[in-house]
Design a protein around this ligand. Structure first.
Ligand code: GTP
Length: 446
């Protein structure tokens, strides 16, 4: 996932395998310092650390085509894997200090720190456990900085490890306490997208990651290229997260087609918006589409600039089914830089709303199916005791209740405003009063 992301960045900013710029345009250069640091020899180095318990996946990146874009100090690895266990991932004590030292060095090298971006999977022991420890250490040392997470949610469709729901749920309390924004990519939905939309049932990470690559490249494009809309991590986080703790972002992608079909195809805005209305194009599927509400959303269009007013009108026209909890909290950002320099145009919808709940509910029920039977606990979960399992379970249940209460309050307020409206209309008929402005009041739950 990390490799895909950095490959995209190198392609879109015209950086070659050794870190040299190849005909970089001013547009591509202007914000390049956000992700790359220019060395004295003109080469660009990624501002990144690659961390793992065991050396295998790190070696893969080190010897890949983008291996030279990373500084040798960026690769931080232990000697063994966390064996799919959250508690063991938290016990990589020797890595903690190493990583924090390198983070301090990277922070010192930056002129204007925007925040931290983490990429990890929640199903394995290292991504969940070590990720949890490191992010809480970062929060402790840099409390005012924004922390953005790009997380993969596990699925039995893709992985063979049965204890992944434990790791995922155990890592959620830390995620909610220490982070500001979390982009969620559900492996079950990614598998379904490949099977149902592209027509190729695959469990191969390289296939699943192609869609993730498009999402991550798009979601970070407003920081990487000159932009007026949410051009820092903080602006994106403050505008996409209206309620603390409801910080999970779902992503819709258009187009999702065979790569060969996409490259030479130009899609109209209307076609892309229509694709983004379809639940099948989201990285967290939710079948309960009619009842969903959006708190906030950002549409990102990549490719040739279009008239923004027309885009907004098209969104309004097509979004008959989507319900908005907060009025006017829907923004559009257009980026001339195309995805990977190969798509003519593409679009994303970053959405904070109740569509994410299906992924969370599924993880919770998979966790409960194991935990009720105390299954696999005898393998030992490192320093994690049963109380921590129970607390993590109730933490997520509370979050789901919160989503539910927002949904209910929205539909209650809609119902009461409908009743109000009917009353007003009845009154109009009899008294012929001119009521020009009708306001809909929205009640916020406690
Ligand atoms: N989509 C996608 N999922 C991945 C990828 N790599 C791992 N996963 C998923 O992430 C989970 C396991 O993560 P790993 O990265 O193998 O585990 P880890 O975090 O290194 O932890 P340990 O192996 O226990 O040390 C499983 O659910 C995998 O299906 C990837 O490149 N793409």
């Amino acid at each position: 996932m990390g490799q895909c992301f950095w490959e995209s960045l190198c392609t879109e900013h015209q950086i070659d395998q050794d870190g040299f710029s190849i005909k970089m345009s001013d547009f591509q250069r202007e914000q390049i310092g956000v992700y790359f640091e220019q060395q004295n020899d003109e080469r660009y180095k990624a501002r990144s650390l690659l961390i793992d318990g065991d050396p295998n996946s790190i070696s893969e990146i080190k010897f890949s085509c983008i291996g030279n874009v990373f500084d040798t100090n960026c690769f931080l690895q232990g000697q063994w894997s966390a064996a799919n266990c959250f508690g063991k991932g938290r016990q990589f004590y020797e890595l903690n200090d190493l990583v924090m030292d390198q983070i301090r060095i990277l922070v010192e090298k930056s002129d204007q720190l925007q925040g931290f971006q983490a990429m990890r999977s929640l199903g394995g022991g290292t991504g969940s456990g070590l990720g949890d420890t490191l992010l809480s250490k970062i929060r402790e040392e840099y409390p005012s900085q924004i922390i953005t997470n790009f997380c993969i949610f596990p699925s039995s469709y893709v992985s063979d490890s049965v204890v992944e729901p434990y790791n995922c749920i155990l890592s959620l309390p830390g995620l909610l306490q220490n982070q500001d924004l979390c982009f969620c990519y559900d492996n079950r939905s990614l598998y379904n997208i490949h099977k149902n939309v592209i027509g190729k049932a695959t469990r191969e990470y390289k296939d699943l990651n192609q869609i993730i690559q498009m999402c991550m490249s798009g979601a970070t494009s407003q920081w990487r290229f000159p932009s007026q809309v949410y051009n820092t991590m903080r602006k994106l986080a403050t505008n996409l997260v209206p309620f603390p703790q409801l910080l999970f972002i779902n992503t819709g992608v258009a187009p999702i087609l065979h790569r060969e079909d996409i490259i030479n195809r130009s899609l109209s805005i209307k076609e892309m918006i229509s694709m983004l209305q379809n639940n099948r194009n989201f990285l967290n599927h939710n079948l309960n589409q009619n009842k969903l509400i959006d708190f906030t959303s950002l549409f990102i269009f990549r490719g040739t600039h279009q008239n923004e007013q027309e885009i907004l009108e098209e969104i309004q026209d097509q979004q008959i089914k989507t319900q908005y909890y907060i009025p006017d909290n829907q923004k559009v950002y257009q980026c001339n830089q195309t995805f990977n320099n190969e798509f003519r145009n593409s679009a994303l919808k970053l959405e904070n709303g109740t569509s994410i709940t299906e992924t969370l509910k599924l993880q919770l029920s998979n966790f409960q199916a194991l935990f009720r039977r105390k299954a696999f606990l005898h393998y030992g979960f490192g320093d994690t005791d049963e109380m921590e399992f129970t607390e993590a379970e109730s933490y997520l249940s509370d979050i789901l209740d919160l989503y539910n209460s927002y949904e209910e309050s929205f539909y209650d307020s809609q119902y009461s405003s409908e009743t109000q409206k009917n009353k007003i209309e009845n009154k109009q008929e009899t008294s012929f009063q001119d009521i020009s402005n009708k306001f809909i009041s929205i009640e916020f739950p406690n």
